[in-house]
Design a protein around this ligand. Sequence first.
Ligand SMILES: NC(=O)c1ccc[n+]([C@@H]2O[C@H](COP(=O)([O-])OP(=O)(O)OC[C@H]3O[C@@H](n4cnc5c(N)ncnc54)[C@H](OP(=O)(O)O)[C@@H]3O)[C@@H](O)[C@H]2O)c1
Length: 325
Amino acid sequence: MTSNQKINWAIVGLGRIARIFASDLIKVPQANLYAVASRSFEKAIHFSKAFDVNHHFTQYEEMLQDPNIDIVYISSPHVLHFEQSLLALQHGKAVLCEKPITMDVNQLEILIDLAKKKNLFLMEGLWTRFLPSFEYILDKLSSPGIGKINLLKSDFCFKATYNPADRLFDKKLGGGSLMDVGIYPIFMSILFLGIPVKVSASSIMLPTGVDASCTISFEYSDGSQAILESSIVYDTPTEMMLIGSDGRLVLNGPFYKSEKVTSYIDYQLEEKIFPLEGNGFLYEINEVHQCLEQQLMESQKLPLSLSLIAQNLMQEIRTQINLSY
Ligand SMILES: NC(=O)c1ccc[n+]([C@@H]2O[C@H](COP(=O)([O-])OP(=O)(O)OC[C@H]3O[C@@H](n4cnc5c(N)ncnc54)[C@H](OP(=O)(O)O)[C@@H]3O)[C@@H](O)[C@H]2O)c1
């Protein structure tokens, strides 16, 4: 792929996030939203009209047979990510799959093996990693700044309207707070602290059998700690805070799409604003484009090894809170 060629995207699952993603995608000059697939013909037509898409399908496999498609964005409920990513890779397409990329470690290992065998790009859609505010935090850490990180605190809690049939609450669709939003604080801990030596988790469960809230503590071999929280039944500030020996850095809430970083170093408070372009997906899309242009099989900023660590940790947490899908 050369830099003056447009990249043809296809989207699978035309729900809430697909619309938000598509409205950013169509603003990227190098991207062409080429095709969409929905279970519903009417929805596919409606979405195509809204985003000027020329090809729409009700059968995923039929869409994937189109040789013009370069990459598929998968934005269906969690439980479908594995089979749909697998199908896309089998048809020779690169894949950007929404979080969580799979429901367990085994599924992710299968996807990684296939992507490697077929030399195809594969990435989990953890868009926060590419935000300017997040990049700034990384820069700040590379200078002496806050010193050694002793504690990472992060929460992602929001109050959703209880509806047992909604994918957020429905166990058959992979519902629960851990898999939906707990994954963000978990990724923060992996990005800043690595792999913990001890995992402790507890949860409050819902009548649908999924976790309403989950509280997690990770301990690391260097003595540092992460305290993480997720919920779909109550709101919290939804921040990410790094507390070091010489100061603190805060990715202000909502941290997953943060526009502000606050630092307290040497008793000096500094606030930096990073206005998001569009809905904030442009940065992730640009990263994917750069990887495709350079024929990389994975992003260096969000390698699949990190997704594997996240899946391993979530598997351990699910064992501790007695949650299985
Ligand atoms: N990055 C982010 O900030 C972010 C934010 C929200 C969600 N997400 C992720 O994106 C994924 C989708 O979330 P969403 O909030 O967009 O969900 P949603 O509104 O429920 O949309 C999911 C879409 O998947 C399709 N689908 C295919 N088979 C389905 C089935 N059996 N049951 C229900 N839907 C089915 C449906 O589209 P059709 O009717 O067109 O087939 C549905 O509209 C989730 O995995 C979530 O974790 C990411």
